[in-house]
Every structure is written in C-alpha cells, then in structure tokens.
Design a protein around this ligand. Structure first.
Ligand SMILES: C[S@@+](CC[C@H](N)C(=O)[O-])C[C@H]1O[C@@H](n2cnc3c(N)ncnc32)[C@H](O)[C@@H]1O
Length: 473
C-alpha cells in the first residue's frame, strides 16, 4: 500500500524510482579503480552501483551500511565519497579483504616491506627447508593438513609458508592485513594461481590431473582420484613472482585513488573535498546487527543466492587455512551462511501468502529443496527485519538479488522478497533490473569445466529492490 507522504518524502521516493529505472548494468565502465580489484570475489557489485545510490540519496557524513558486504564494494565507495561506511559479514576472508580495501597504507613502507618479505622468503625457501617443514608440521591439525596436501604441491607449501612467516613479522596491522590479502589473491584466482585447483574464483574448485611447476618440471600427482571425464592441466606459477606482481599492481591502483597514507597525511590528493571517515568493519551475522535502532541513512547490499549457488567457503578455505583457520572450524561456519542447504538447527519464520505458495509448489517437485527455499526466505525475513530496525525513517535499503531457479522452477525472488519486506513495514515503490555482463562477471568457466553448471543457467539478470521505510509507523 502506498503510504501518504509529505513533499520531502515524495521527492525522495521519486528520486529513488528514477534511479531504479536508469541503466544499472554499467557494462562498459571501469570497475578496477582504487582498491576494488585487489582480490577476486564472486558476485561482487560493479562499484558504480552503490556509488549511484550513495551519491544521489545521501549527504557527506551520513551513514551507509552493507550488512553482507562481501569484498566491501559498498563500504569502499562510502569511504571514497566521504560517507561513514559500516560493513558486516560472517566470512573471515570478506572481513579481511574489506578492511584492507579501506585502510590507507604508506606506499613507501609497503614497498620496503614487500621487498623484504620476498627476499627473506626466497632465502628461507632455498636454504632453510627444514625450518619451513617444521613450521608446516606445527601449523595444522590432521584434517587441515590433508586438505593442504591434496590441493597444494610440496614446493608451493614451502614457498607460501615462507611468505606467511615473513608477513607475520609485521607489527602494523594495516600492512599485515594488506599482505595477507595479497597472499590470498595469488591463491584464489580464475585459472592461474598457485594451488592445484582451477576455477577457485568461481567457488567451483577442480583439481588438475597434470601440473608443471614454475621451472617447467612436471609434478608428481596422486592420480588415485583422477576423473575419467576430462584431463585438466595447469602451470603452477611461482608464489614469489605472483606475490611481487600483485603487490605492485595493488599499490599502484591504491595510490592513484587516494588510498596512500603518505599522500593523505600531506593532504595532496586531487579533488580533496570531504574528510574521509574510517569505516567500521566487523564480523557479524546480518540476522542480528550490532547497531542501534534507526542509525543508518542508507543500506546497499546483496545477499547470497539460495541453495549455495555460490559457495563462498568452498573457495575461501583455500586461503584461510594459510591464515591460521582449521578446516573443521570453517565447515562449521559455512552452515551459518545465508542460502545454505543444511536444514538441521534452522527454524522457519511464518511467511506471507504468495511466498508460501511458491515454496509449496516447489515441494511438489522436490520436498527437500522446498525446505531449503523456506530456510532462505525465512533467513531473508530475519535480515530484512533487522534492516528495517536500523534504518532511519524515510530512507531506503537497496537489495540486489539474482534471479533464481530451483529444480527448474523460478522462485520469483523479486516478488517474494518484496512481499516479505512489505509484511515487515517496508514500501517497495519500484524494482530495477540489471543485466549481467557475462564477459566480466565472476561466473564459472562453463566451457572449460562444467557446461551444466547450475549457476551458469540461473543467473542472467539481477533485481535491484528498493525497500523504503515510511516516515510514519
Ligand atoms: C553476494 S556476496 C556480497 C558481495 C558484495 N556486494 C561485493 O560487492 O563484494 C554475499 C555475502 O554475504 C555474506 N553472508 C552470508 N551469510 C551471511 C550472514 N548470515 N551474515 C552476514 N553476511 C553473510 C557472504 O559471506 C558473502 O560475502
């Protein structure tokens, strides 16, 4: 139902509707400025998307929240535009990555440290293998060790351990975080990278059957689990060279966009308009936000897809084991991600009529999948309720969701989420649509690995839903 609004609020809604009708594809635009491309991340926003809404619907100094921030695109844009960003996620890699993106570091110190890390790590790789083996024995429990042995060659394990030891010597938290992200970025890549996996950036790791190392020597592979379907091969890159290359690329981009603290302290940035406010980034479940009521001026977020269509932890654990996490702990954490398949321990919310009918119709095809969908919509209801609570009256939450099919049925995510939002008090004046750029978006490389990838078939467009919180209850 349309709320009755005074002129100021009507102007706000009209502006929101216009923005949702405009081009939201941003296909030909550069999305790699500032620190946006420091690390790959599946289903991340083009930065122009949050930028558009932040610029048009907030003023400098106002508060921008992304409760499922992923790689931190919204929070970085808020920071660049002089707004106060708040970002939450339950994924440790996302939190580390978002922090690194918005923490200005001294370019000068980073260059010095990167040289030292690489030269010391090379030195121990060549002359202190025993010490590194001891470190490897100390680092992991049996299960995590098995995982690492399966996915990383012996030489790469030694090289990464040497880099980790050197990074851990850094006292400055921002610099250490930056280098940890660089380390992770050489592991989680599309097809290159230093592990024995292909397609990690799409969260669909496939272990190669043949590999040669950076010196051109074939690696001895455990072929007991070799797939008969296809033979995948890979040239493993040198962790030292990759690390150096990524460091230099990222520092250059950050410097050009004012994320260089040497420049910041001298205030010599071009177009220095607003004081930049350091964003608050922390680990938090979006179902229970660590925020007071009505303290946020805009929310811009994109939740995960239903039914683990993108399984973040499946790829992120490849880096997180190098940062001290155990596989068991990560598997437990994965169960708390929105859109998971597990049902045990997940209660359901009461859902409105049309949404319930979509779930019931899926139940006729696949009863278990329909419970997975019920879990998803229940969790989204809890999250929308929290968003409603923390958002100021007369302001909007922009939620970007991909179209989704389960067992061939369109689960009408745009209609259902709008219905759920309206049952909580939101008003949804318009839903924008954006077409995905299949050349640029982080999609599975279907022709190379899995032609029938579910996610490939599911995602052609995204809905941009404007949930407006009316000024009166
Ligand atoms: C589609 S991604 C967000 C991508 C982001 N817009 C970007 O530009 O990088 C969804 C994120 O939701 C996070 N997530 C999943 N369940 C969550 C929960 N219960 N609370 C907070 N974040 C969660 C995932 O870890 C993932 O990083």
């Amino acid at each position: 139902m349309t709320p009755s609004l005074d002129l100021e609020n009507q102007v706000y809604i009209d502006r929101l509707c216009r923005l949702l009708e405009e081009d939201l594809d941003f296909h030909d635009q550069d999305s790699g400025y500032a620190s946006h491309n420091i690390h790959s991340f599946p289903a991340k926003f083009p930065p122009q998307l949050p930028r558009k809404f932040i610029q048009a619907l907030t003023l400098p100094g106002e508060t921008v929240l992304d409760p499922m921030m992923g790689s931190g695109t919204t929070v970085l844009e808020a920071f660049l535009l002089g707004r106060r960003g708040i970002g939450f996620d339950i994924d440790p890699l996302a939190v580390m990555l978002a922090k690194a993106k918005v923490s200005p570091i001294s370019h000068h110190d980073a260059v010095i440290w990167s040289r030292e890390i690489i030269s010391n790590a090379r030195e121990s790789f060549f002359s202190q293998k025993r010490v590194l083996y001891n470190e490897i024995d100390r680092m992991w429990d049996e299960e995590t060790r098995e995982f690492v042995d399966y996915w990383f060659s012996r030489e790469v394990q030694l090289a990464l351990t040497a880099l980790v030891v050197e990074i851990n010597r850094i006292n400055d938290e921002n610099l250490r975080n930056f280098f940890n992200v660089i380390l992770s970025s050489i592991i989680i890549t599309k097809s290159g990278g230093v592990s024995l996996a292909l397609d990690l950036a799409h969260t669909r790791p496939h272990r190669v059957d043949r590999a040669i190392d950076w010196n051109g020597c074939p690696l001895e592979m455990d072929t007991s689990k070799r797939s008969e379907r296809r033979k995948l091969s890979k040239k493993i890159r040198s962790p030292f060279e990759e690390f150096e290359k990524k460091c230099m690329q990222s520092l250059k981009n950050m410097s050009e966009n004012g994320l260089n603290s040497d420049q910041l302290s001298m205030r010599c940035l071009p177009n220095w308009e607003n004081a930049r406010m350091q964003p608050d980034i922390s680990m938090c479940n979006a179902k229970s936000l660590l925020l007071n009521d009505e303290c946020v001026d805009i929310i811009i977020t994109s939740p995960p897809y239903a039914s683990h269509a993108i399984d973040y932890m499946r790829a992120h654990k490849f880096s997180l084991v190098w940062l001290g996490y155990a596989i068991r702990e990560l598997s437990e954490r994965r169960k708390r991600y929105i859109g998971g398949d597990a049902l045990e321990g997940h209660g359901f919310e009461s859902l409105p009529g049309y949404t319930s009918s979509i779930i019931d119709s899926l139940a006729r095809r696949d009863p278990r999948k329909s419970l997975v969908l019920r879990r998803y919509y229940s969790e989204m209801k809890a999250i929308l309720r929290e968003m409603f609570r923390v958002l100021k009256k007369g302001r909007v939450a922009i939620v970007v969701v991909g179209e989704s099919k389960l067992r061939g049925q369109d689960v009408e995510i745009d209609v259902c989420l709008s219905e759920i939002g309206e049952s909580l008090g939101f008003f949804v004046p318009r839903i924008g649509v954006r077409r995905l750029d299949r050349n640029r978006r982080m999609m599975p490389v279907g022709n190379q690995v899995d032609m029938k990838s579910q996610i490939q078939r599911r995602m052609h467009k995204e809905f941009v839903i404007g949930f407006y919180k009316p000024p009166i209850d």
